[in-house]
Structures are given as structure tokens and as C-alpha cells.
Design a binder for this molecule. Structure first.
Ligand SMILES: CCCCCCCCCCCCCCCCCCCC(=O)SCCNC(=O)CCNC(=O)[C@H](O)C(C)(C)COP(=O)(O)OP(=O)(O)OC[C@H]1O[C@@H](n2cnc3c(N)ncnc32)[C@H](O)[C@@H]1OP(=O)(O)O
Ligand SMILES: Cc1cc2nc3c(=O)[nH]c(=O)nc-3n(C[C@H](O)[C@H](O)[C@H](O)COP(=O)(O)OP(=O)(O)OC[C@H]3O[C@@H](n4cnc5c(N)ncnc54)[C@H](O)[C@@H]3O)c2cc1C
Length: 679
């Protein structure tokens, strides 16, 4: 990005700050900047992010409507298109903007929004790059990269989402014209949901069943032009396209539908890296590369851990923490001033456990992102050996962290009392965006079952081997080999960090063993595999969740070991958050830990006591810990969560801006009530 040397990156504006906040911030015991660097991934990324954010704040084309929460759906969409146009213009003009910079800019330009063009960058382009052959890339990529082509990813249909193999849309090869005919044969086969399809994108990757020489060869990707590049009108020849209507959130996004009626595309629009249809209609495929077609789903799932679970929960926690340090309520001691609600242990228990979770998801999410890019490098070169691991890990972690994050966001809203229910708190918007991610890119029971499928395979392999040496170091399931044939240790309380990680591993191994036994038991009664699998689902899902918890604890523990060498203050606070998250999970799943680690109910009670001690330890640092997330006020969009803590003034301004306050007597009231009463 072209840097403006005159722009100085200032962390926060320290003028006009609520005196309660000034006092709170003085209690800080650690170096906030260092912690921010850890959350971002490095000091370089912190600086990159701040420069990118500043560029957005200083650019008027990215300004929002006077108040985003009062926008109608039309206004929200129009605003997103206006900002998208300015953003894409900027990316085209300044080719030096890096991927990370553009990502940071996008987050602030579209706070808690998935903008209409986002499928172009997150799914359309990655799928095309991964599935097209070299000649196709040469032909299409220049127009994709300069946004002349704006694409979406069309997979889900009205009748099928999870079962990709069950999709009904067909792409039938017609050798007489050298074309594929894309067709929606039924009402349920209408493509439904793709982001940006309704009004915005002019092209798409369409997933459809390939039929040639009368044979159905299964689901394949095709690049399809949907709209005219000049007029933006849907192309003639068999397309009905539109927006699917209002949803729980995503108001600024045109999720769409498309019905294909014998719509023709050239044969070479089939993406032909791993499979192709020749001019005479012969189908050829490279079996080894078949699973590449699932690749963009793996990418987005892996990114959602830090981007939605980590960041979404961290934003809600920031808002709830700041508000809790301003809000005073109830008589704590007779005759004394009402305390800030942060002083109530009940408040602290919810707030600090969610604070801890947000740090865990952020840090583990960053590690998963790095792992994805490392593994994907080989995968794209044709070595798919890491794909099962990456698929299992990203599926399980997407599911677990988002499951926990949405509950956490809602808990944060609840502990803000009545004002949490106002859109002005910013939390409802965060919730509706993050909860969408629990559905898109795969519903969670299904994803957990994918992870479990992989775990059972690893477990079977471990039963046959006594050493883990056959597994590469980066395999998150290595502990299965390590612990299967080793003695369970005696755990000491309070648990050390190393013991915490081993306890999670032992619990996961037990859950995997139980799932395997359950499945084998059902198979032994003569049930067919699909039925035995279905009636083992509860065990399998428990195993997948426990395994995902292993990754969370072990990757954050690894980070802690690095921090220990660097800074004692940061190590202490991060250690407290790690311990709090881990102990709360142990208490929440006490039965599994008692059974797998040979610990007693008394020792669970020690964990409960330790949690209470940790709440006291964390209390002085609560504002600095959320300040370390370094969220600009504009990103949070919250009257309760602003850096300066001037909550009441902002709430009042928000109410005064309500469109209902534009008149003293509302027209509808006049027409339907006063007028009728008068007559
Ligand atoms: C600092 C800067 C960084 C920059 C980062 C950028 C940040 C990006 C932020 C992200 C923002 C996100 C915005 C996104 C906007 C919304 C996008 C929404 C898009 C969608 O929702 S698209 C539709 C998604 N649909 C689904 O997810 C459907 C779910 N269903 C499936 O995935 C599969 O069909 C299912 C359930 C896995 C089963 O399929 P099936 O055919 O039945 O397969 P099998 O079970 O028989 O398994 C076959 C075999 O394949 C393996 N498998 C399955 N899936 C995958 C996969 N994805 N990858 C690899 N391998 C896979 C499976 O394990 C089996 O293997 P075996 O060896 O056991 O046979
Ligand atoms: C905001 C949003 C954006 C989206 N964007 C896109 C997009 O850009 N492109 C696109 O193609 N799609 C998109 N989708 C669609 C999304 O990917 C699907 O909704 C999702 O994959 C789930 O499919 P489904 O809706 O058909 O649910 P179903 O598959 O019908 O599942 C319904 C429920 O049935 C149960 N179930 C189903 N199958 C199983 C099973 N095998 N085992 C156990 N339980 C099962 C689960 O409880 C599941 O929740 C989007 C969806 C949303 C909400």
C-alpha cells in the first residue's frame, strides 16, 4: 500500500475519556502493545493493520450512513455497493496493496458485514485458481483479478445444501455444439443462497452434475457468465435470477437464487484441472486430485475461526467489558455508592470466561490460518497428503469455536442488561453476522461427523502401530498414537499448563475410543455401516469436539511457551486466560475428564476454586485486555463499547436520531388513530 508518511498511527484518542476508564487503565500490569502483536500475529501485522485502518478512516468514500442501524435493506445494500465500488477502484489503482492490507481495510469498510463482492475473493477466485487448467487461467484470470468479472460461488440448492452429491442441477454435454447445457430440472434444484448472486455478480462457479455420453459423472465446477458485462442485465437464454429476501441478518448482502432453463455454456467453461470432457464427449479424470473441488470450503472454514469466532466474540466482549466498567447498579454495601457492575462476581464469571475464550479462538485461529497456508502450498502442487488432516481440523474447529462464540456473544449481550438489547449496543449486529457462519460453509453436526470420520481412521492406524513416527509433526492427532500405548500419568492439582494439555488429550482419546467401540458394537449386531454410523453420532460428535479442544489448548500452550521467553507480564495474563478457558471447559465436561484422567470430584472442586481465584487475578487488567484487541470504535459500532466510555451521551444521541423522532406526531398514528377517533 502506498504509505502516507504524514499519517501517524495513533492507537486511541485519549481526550475526553470517562474518568472511571482512566482509573481502570492505570491498573494495567502488562505491555498492551506486545499482546496486540500476538493477537495480530506479529508486530509487522499490527502496523500493517493500523496503516490500512487509517487509510480507510481518512477516505470519505468509505463513510457510513449517519447511523447504520437505522438503514432499510435497500439502503444497506446501496451503501455496500457504493463502498464496494470505491474499495475495488482503490485496489485496481494501487497494485501495491497486499492481501493482508486489503483484508484489514475490508473489515473496517464493512464493519461486521460480509459485503456482496466477498464471495469473489473468498470462494470464486480460489476455486477457479485451484480447479482451472493453465490455459483457462490464462484466459480468465486477468479479468477476474481486475474485477471486470465479479464472481460468486453457486452450490446450494433450495432442496440440498449438506448433501453435495445430492445436488440436482445438471450440466449435460452436447457434442453437436460443443457446449454444456445447465439445467434446473425441479423446483428444489433452483440454486439458493449464494452471496452476491441476487443483484451484484456477473459470473459464478456453478457446481452441477456432469452428464456426458449418457453417464452421470458426479458434481463438477463450471464457470458461468450470468449477466451482461455492459448492461448488467441477466443473460438471455434461460436464466431467472433474483434476491431471496430478508434474512435474520446479512441485510446488506444480496443472497440470491438462479433457475437454469437449458442454459448453454461452452465446453471449456468446465474447470478442467482434475477432470475434463474432450471434444468427442469422453470424460477423463485424475482421481488423485478429485477432492480439490472441496478446497475453497476448507479455506473459508479455516479462516472463520479467527475471523468470525475469534473476532466476533472479542468484539462482543470488548463492548460488555467497557460497559461493565461504566455501568453502576444496585446497593452493594448499605449506604455506599453503587458499584460498577464489573465488581459482581456473577458478572465477572461470564465476562472473563468469554474474554478468555475470545483470546483462545483468536490465537488458535491465527495458528490454523498459518497451518492452512503452509499445507495448501503443497496441496496446490498436487501433494494432497495433508488434505484429510486440514479438512478434519478446519471442519471441527469451525464448528466448535463458532458454537461456543455465538453462545458467548449472547451471554455478553445479556450481561449488558436492557441496553444490550438495543441495536446501539452493537451486539445484535455482531450476533446475526456470526451466527450465519454456523450455517454457511457447513452445518455443525455434519462437520463434526467429518472430523470424527478422520479420527476413527487415525485411531485404527494407531491400534496397529506402537509409535507415532509415521505421522508428520504437524498432525494434530499425533497424541492418539502417543497416549494409546502409554501409562496415564497422575495429575496434580492445580494442574500445570503441560498437564492441562495432556488432560485434554486423554479425554479426547477416551471419547474416540468410546465412539469406535460404539460403532463396532452396532456393526457386530449386524447393522449396516450407515445405520451403525448414524446411531453412533452422539459419541462421534463428542469425540470431534474433544479433539478440537485439544487443538485449541495445545496451540495456545505452544504460543505461551514462546511468550514466556519474551515478556513476563504478557505471559502472566495470557497464562491466566489460558487456564481460565481450560478449567471452565474441564468443569463443563467434568464427567469426561473424571473418567479419562482418573481424577476425582474433589479435584473438580479444586478447579472451581481456582476459577474464582483467576477471576480476581484478571479483574485489574480487564480494560487493558480488551484494549489490546485494538478495535477502532467504528468497527465496534457501539454506544456501550466506545474507547472513551461516554456511554450515556451516545445512547441519547442514538435515540434522538431515530427516524421515528423526525416528527412529533407520527403520520400513521394520526391517520389510523386520531383521524378515526375524530370521525
Ligand atoms: C491476514 C489476512 C488473511 C486473509 C484471510 C481472508 C479471510 C477470509 C474471511 C472469511 C470470510 C467469510 C465470508 C464467507 C461468506 C459466506 C460464504 C458461504 C459459502 C457457502 O456456504 S458455500 C456452500 C457450503 N456448503 C457446504 O459446506 C456443504 C457441506 N457439505 C460438505 O461439505 C460435503 O458434501 C460433506 C458433508 C462433507 C459430505 O460429502 P460427501 O460427498 O457425502 O462426502 P463423503 O462424506 O462421502 O466424503 C468423501 C471423502 O471426501 C472427504 N471430504 C469431504 N469434504 C472434504 C473437504 N472439504 N476437503 C477435503 N476432503 C473432504 C471426506 O472426508 C471423505 O474422505 P474419505 O477419505 O474418508 O473417503
Ligand atoms: C448467510 C448464508 C450465506 C450462504 N452463502 C452461500 C453461498 O454463497 N453459496 C452457496 O452455495 N451456499 C450458501 N449458503 C448455503 C449454506 O452453505 C447451506 O445453507 C448449508 O450448507 C446447509 O445446508 P442446508 O441449508 O441445505 O441445510 P440441510 O442440509 O437441509 O440441513 C438441515 C439440518 O439437518 C441436519 N442434517 C442434514 N444432513 C445431516 C447429516 N448428514 N447428518 C446429520 N445431520 C444432518 C442438520 O441438523 C442440519 O442443520 C449460505 C447460507 C447462509 C445462511
Amino acid at each position: 500500500m502506498k504509505q502516507d508518511e504524514t499519517m501517524k498511527v495513533k492507537r486511541y484518542d485519549d481526550t475526553n475519556v470517562n474518568p472511571d476508564f482512566v482509573a481502570e487503565r492505570k491498573k494495567c500490569t502488562f505491555n498492551i502493545e506486545l499482546l496486540t502483536n500476538i493477537i495480530d500475529g506479529s508486530s509487522y501485522l499490527t502496523e500493517t493493520r493500523r496503516q490500512a485502518q487509517l487509510a480507510v478512516l481518512n477516505n470519505e468514500s468509505f463513510s457510513n450512513l449517519p447511523d447504520r442501524y437505522y438503514a432499510s435493506r435497500d439502503e444497506a445494500y446501496a451503501q455496500n455497493i457504493r463502498k464496494s465500488a470505491a474499495y475495488i477502484k482503490l485496489l485496481k489503482e494501487d497494485k501495491s496493496i497486499s492481501r493482508a492490507e486489503s483484508y484489514f481495510m475490508q473489515c473496517l469498510i464493512f464493519p461486521n458485514e460480509v459485503p456482496p463482492f466477498s464471495l469473489h475473493t473468498t470462494m470464486f477466485t480460489p476455486t477457479f485458481e485451484s480447479m482451472a487448467d493453465e490455459e483457462q487461467k490464462k484466459l480468465w484470470m486477468p479479468r477476474i483479478e481486475n474485477y471486470e468479472i465479479l464472481g460468486t460461488y453457486i452450490q446450494t440448492e433450495m432442496g440440498h445444501g449438506t448433501n453435495v452429491r445430492g445436488l440436482e442441477t445438471t450440466a449435460t454435454f452436447d457434442p453437436s455444439t460443443d457446449e454444456f447445457i445447465i439445467h434446473s430440472p425441479t423446483l428444489t434444484s433452483i440454486k439458493w443462497w449464494p452471496g452476491g448472486l441476487g443483484k451484484t455478480c456477473n459470473c459464478a462457479i456453478v457446481m452441477a452434475s456432469l452428464i456426458t455420453n449418457g453417464r452421470n459423472e458426479g458434481i463438477h465446477p463450471f464457470i458461468v457468465q450470468l449477466r451482461d458485462f455492459e448492461t448488467h442485465e441477466p443473460l438471455k437464454g434461460g436464466l431467472t435470477i433474483g434476491d431471496i429476501g430478508t434474512k435474520l441478518g446479512f441485510h446488506g448482502m444480496d443472497n440470491g437464487f438462479v433457475k437454469f432453463d437449458q442454459f448453454r455454456i461452452p465446453r471449456r467453461n468446465m474447470l478442467m484441472k482434475s477432470a475434463k470432457v474432450t471434444r468427442d464427449g469422453t470424460y477423463q479424470k485424475e482421481k488423485k486430485l478429485e477432492k480439490l473441488k472441496y478446497g475453497s470450503m476448507v479455506f473459508v472454514r479455516a479462516m472463520l475461526v479467527f475471523n468470525q469466532a475469534g473476532q466476533g466474540l472479542a468484539q462482543a466482549v470488548t463492548i460488555a467489558a467497557r460497559y461493565s466498567c461504566v455501568r453502576r447498579q444496585s446497593e452493594y454495601a448499605p449506604g455506599q455508592e453503587e458499584p460498577h457492575i464489573i465488581e459482581y462476581q456473577a458478572q465477572q464469571h461470564i465476562l472473563f470466561t468469554e474474554l478468555a475464550a475470545s483470546y483462545i479462538f483468536y490465537i488458535a485461529g491465527n495458528k490454523l490460518r498459518e497451518l492452512y497456508f503452509t499445507m495448501n502450498y503443497d496441496i496446490q502442487k498436487g501433494d494432497l497428503s495433508d488434505l484429510p488432516e486440514l479438512h478434519a481440523l478446519s471442519a471441527g474447529l469451525k464448528a466448535l469455536t463458532l458454537d461456543e462464540a455465538v453462545v458467548g456473544i449472547e451471554r455478553c449481550r445479556l450481561i449488558c442488561g436492557g441496553h444490550g438489547y438495543s441495536a446501539a449496543s452493537g451486539i445484535p449486529k455482531i450476533y446475526t453476522e456470526v451466527v450465519a457462519a454456523c450455517t454457511y460453509e457447513g452445518v455443525h453436526p455434519v462437520l463434526y461427523l467429518q472430523t470424527a470420520r478422520y479420527l476413527l481412521k487415525v485411531y485404527q492406524a494407531a491400534l496397529l502401530s506402537s509409535s507415532a513416527s509415521s505421522l508428520p509433526d504437524n498432525q494434530s492427532s499425533k497424541y492418539i498414537f502417543r497416549h494409546l500405548h502409554s501409562e496415564r500419568p497422575r495429575f496434580h492439582f492445580p494442574l500445570s499448563f503441560v498437564e492441562i494439555v495432556e488432560a485434554f488429550e486423554r479425554r479426547a482419546l477416551m471419547c474416540i475410543e468410546k465412539a469406535s467401540k460404539k460403532l463396532d458394537g452396532l456393526l457386530a449386531t449386524g447393522r449396516p455401516h450407515h445405520e451403525a454410523w448414524n446411531y453412533s453420532a452422539c459419541y462421534l460428535i463428542r469425540a470431534a469436539k474433544a479433539h478440537s479442544h485439544v487443538y485449541l489448548t495445545s496451540s495456545v500452550h505452544e504460543q505461551l511457551e514462546t511468550v514466556r521467553q519474551e515478556d513476563a507480564g504478557v505471559y502472566t495474563v495470557l497464562g491466566q486466560l489460558f487456564e481460565l478457558y481450560a478449567l471452565k471447559s474441564i468443569v463443563d465436561h467434568a464427567v469426561e475428564f473424571i473418567e479419562s484422567c482418573g481424577i476425582t470430584t474433589d479435584q473438580i472442586n479444586i478447579c472451581i476454586e481456582r476459577i474464582e481465584a483467576l477471576l480476581l487475578n484478571i479483574r485489574p487488567n480487564v480494560l487493558p485486555l480488551v484494549d489490546a484487541f485494538d478495535f477502532p470504535d467504528r468497527l465496534l459500532g457501539s454506544a456501550l463499547g466506545c474507547y472513551d466510555g461516554n456511554v450515556y451521551q451516545r445512547l441519547y444521541e442514538y435515540a434522538l436520531n431515530s427516524p421515528l423522532n423526525k416528527s412529533t406526531v407520527n403520520v400513521a398514528y394520526f391517520v389510523y388513530y386520531i383521524a378515526i377517533n375524530i370521525s
